[in-house]
Design a protein around this ligand. Structure first.
Ligand code: NI
Length: 167
């Protein structure tokens, strides 16, 4: 396994749309394993392939306290959503930035699995937030897109300043 570099906002590659995985083969399993290792090392609770500059529909998530419930989503699609919740989100591509985003409280997701099968996931609360956040990444969206233009401008300025200072 290997740690993968994570793209940082406003890198334009975060805006690319991921294409569906046609066949879940060894390369996809290796990608998912590397993504999980990268997420745990960061540490984070979710990572989309887009964030490691691979534009395929692959997501890893683990919202458990003891980091024992790894979920790998391949070509996920939301088939039902309802309710509303507000959660203060963060993102490995926007270090140090946290803000409140409104999303569905419950989602039902159909996803392919690492063994090539299909499963359904019922998610509420944090897991539902995380799934929606990561699926946004696959569409080239980041969580700050849900914020006001003023906030987005401030965040972009702050992150570009951070990048200059660390360069
Ligand atoms: Ni993110």
């Amino acid at each position: 396994m290997a740690l993968l570099p994570i793209l940082k906002f406003p890198d334009p590659r975060l805006r690319k749309k991921a294409s569906p995985v046609a066949t879940v083969d060894e390369s996809i399993r290796k990608l998912a394993a590397d993504m999980a290792e990268t997420m745990y090392a960061a540490p984070g609770i979710g990572l989309a392939a887009t964030q490691v500059d691979v534009h395929r529909q692959v997501i890893v998530i683990d919202t458990s306290d003891d980091r024992s419930e790894l979920l790998t989503l391949i070509n996920p699609r939301i088939v039902e959503r309802d309710g509303e919740q507000v959660y203060e989100e963060g993102c490995l591509s926007l270090p140090g930035i946290y803000d409140k985003v409104t999303r569905a409280e419950h989602v039902r997701v159909v996803t392919q699995t690492l063994d090539g099968g299909e499963r359904e996931i019922e998610a509420h609360g944090l897991l539902a937030v995380c799934i929606q956040h990561e699926m946004d990444h696959l569409q080239g969206k980041v969580f700050v897109d849900h914020l006001s233009q003023l906030k987005q401008t401030r965040i972009r300025t702050r992150l570009m300043k951070q990048a200059r200072e660390s360069a």
